[in-house]
Design a protein around this ligand. Structure first.
Ligand code: ZN
Ligand code: ZN
Length: 581
């Protein structure tokens, strides 16, 4: 970013800052409504469909529900300058470790505030020491039991490590990017590493910076109040620990060195080694920060990453593919797909819940949310009766929903498709009788119970389900939750064969805790010419944005635009997923 451009923070960075203000205000105590106003404001900004820049420029922020005049001023400041004086004051007043405390399981913000006031604890380490010394139980409102629960929570937190889920990493990365970009000495800032490759979890947020004065940029970065410890620092490089325990590293280099640095920091180490070998074959040396002719002194000038790949005789390799899964070989042969799925390709949002089951919003609100994202259609797929814990719909309720869908359809342009997320029962049958299922536009079939069946039984269950003529989409296929629940046991390739025979599509879930199925299986599905739907599994309007993570996962599996059903126009999509045909 040059000095003439003011540092602006985008919607998500603004929302994250508002959330932090709300959290810090809550910890600090005082007027609880004020803290909540910030949380509400953050949610409103996250859910904004319009352009934040024009709302700010035209002074129209207060027209957004949930944003009052005071909050509007804060948002404008954040948007224009990338910083907030309120946030900076709060960060200065409260110890940086305080936000770590909020992450301890079983510990609410109110309790963090109470402990901070009564015992002066400022970090997880101090809280642990206080609890171990039996001092927490004496604080009003706490007891021995609570003290024990807090200690258990700390143990769980420590065991979990500081890995972020993809969506958390992208948000944190964007905050750091915006902060660094505010330095007049940084001309380009990129989030690199695992976050750029869109892996399901991210251990370290890495940033590559082009700078006229790398040392000054690192000095600026280290002034970020969330930096709680500097692990390592050397010139333009640093590695720090942030509040929350996440690790981040910054590598600032001269602008001419930025492209090779970004490529190195983005790809897996195996990918980078392959690139070095390619360079050698081309009579070049790819070092950490430069691509040099073997016998020359001057580095090859590179305008962008594509130029570097080109110079190595390769097609451009998108970041999500840089894993050494055959992409370098394909790029050398010219067979890397050039029509990988992109966010803009999606025309419909698939797998959306409403308040009829366990979603937060109405049919009409979800439809408007899809419309604001520029979509042509949305499938309303609430849970089926067996998922009673999730408010699964009886036949009567389902029919009521159809009327509701008809009413909403009169008010919106986006096409509403009526569907269900039907449970795959233990014996492989689907929930709801066929006479109901065949009246639906779309049926997503998912497993929600009996996860722990043995491999044989589970494989039979799935294969049997796939033979049903109503089986068209396999929802969150292997049922895993990233980090917390392993995939179901089944012979995946056998099930994929059955899906291919049934011409069923596989869902790639953008729900950030699921991100199911995994890229390695997606590629196995592609070998069988299976089709995919990119889903949101949204339980709120805001979560409709999940489709972006789904697209990332699809790209990691090398999925092309033509393989995705919800990249089709509405009539073609509806024809492809219609049950019973
Ligand atoms: Zn589900
Ligand atoms: Zn669902």
């Amino acid at each position: 970013m040059t000095t003439s451009t003011p540092a602006t923070a985008d919607r998500l960075a603004v929302a994250a800052a508002l959330r932090e203000i709300g959290l810090l205000l809550e910890v600090k105590g005082g007027n609880p409504y004020r803290a909540r106003a910030y949380q509400r404001g953050a949610a409103a900004v996250e859910a904004l469909a319009g352009d934040l820049a024009s709302l700010v420029a035209e002074d129209r922020l207060t027209q957004v529900p949930g944003i009052g005049a005071a909050l509007a001023a804060q948002i404008a400041e954040l948007h224009r300058t990338g910083r907030s004086s309120t946030l900076e004051r709060l960060r200065a007043e409260l110890p940086p470790g305080i936000l770590d405390l909020v992450r301890v399981p079983n510990l609410s913000v109110e309790r963090v505030a109470a402990l901070h006031r009564a015992l002066g604890v400022r970090s997880v380490a101090e809280l642990k020491a206080a609890a171990e010394a039996g001092r927490v139980r004496d604080v009003k409102g706490f007891g021995e039991k609570t003290e024990k629960k807090i200690l258990d929570g700390i143990t769980a937190l420590e065991a979990r490590g500081q890995t972020l889920l993809l969506h958390e990493a992208l948000q944190a990365g964007e905050l750091l990017r915006a902060w660094i970009a505010a330095s007049p000495h940084a001309s380009r800032v990129d989030v690199a590493g695992e976050a750029r490759r869109r892996t399901e979890t991210v251990d370290q947020i890495q940033l590559a910076v082009a700078a006229d004065d790398p040392g000054t940029v690192v000095d600026h970065f280290l002034r970020l109040p969330q930096v709680t410890a500097v692990v390592e620092r050397e010139g333009g490089r640093c590695h720090v620990r942030l509040a929350g325990g996440v690790h981040a590293s910054v590598e600032a280099v001269a602008p001419a060195e930025h492209v090779p640095t970004l490529v190195r920091l983005t790809g897996s180490s195996a990918h980078s080694e392959k690139l070095q070998a390619r360079a050698q074959a081309e009579g070049l040396v790819l070092s950490e920060r430069a691509l040099m002719p073997e016998r020359g002194r001057r580095p090859v000038a590179l305008a962008d990453e594509a130029a570097l790949y080109r110079r190595l005789g390769l097609q451009y390799v998108p970041p999500e593919l840089r894993e050494d899964e055959g992409e370098v070989e394909a790029a050398a042969a010219g067979t890397l797909p050039e029509d990988l799925l992109e966010e803009g390709d999606l025309r419909g949002l698939v797998h959306c819940h409403t308040h009829y089951s366990d979603g937060k919003h109405s049919v009409e609100e979800m439809a408007r949310g899809a419309e604001e994202l520029g979509m042509e259609y949305i499938t309303i797929t609430d849970h089926s009766p067996t998922a009673h814990y999730a408010g699964g719909l009886s036949e009567d309720r389902l029919k009521q929903q159809w009327e509701d869908i008809d009413r909403a359809q009169e008010k919106v342009n986006v096409r509403l498709l009526r569907g269900t997320e039907s449970d795959i029962l233990a014996d492989g049958a689907l929930d709801y009788p066929d006479r109901i299922l065949e009246r639906l536009d779309v049926v997503i079939a998912s497993i929600h119970n009996r996860y722990k069946m043995g491999e044989d039984e589970m494989t039979r269950r799935l294969v049997r389900a796939m033979r049903l003529p109503v089986f068209k989409i396999w929802g969150h296929a292997l049922g895993r939750y990233v980090r917390t629940r392993p995939p179901i046991a089944c012979r995946v390739e056998e099930v994929l064969d059955a899906a291919a025979a049934a011409k069923a599509a596989i869902e790639i879930s953008g729900e950030p805790r699921r991100l199911d199925m995994e890229p390695r299986w997606v590629r196995k599905a592609r070998e069988r010419r299976l089709r995919f739907v990119i889903s949101t599994d949204a339980h709120s309007v805001r979560a409709l944005q999940n489709f972006r993570y789904g697209v990332s996962m699809a790209r990691r599996g090398w999925v092309r635009r033509g393989e995705v059903l919800n990249a089709l126009p509405a009539p073609a999509f509806a024809a492809a997923v219609k049950p019973m045909q």
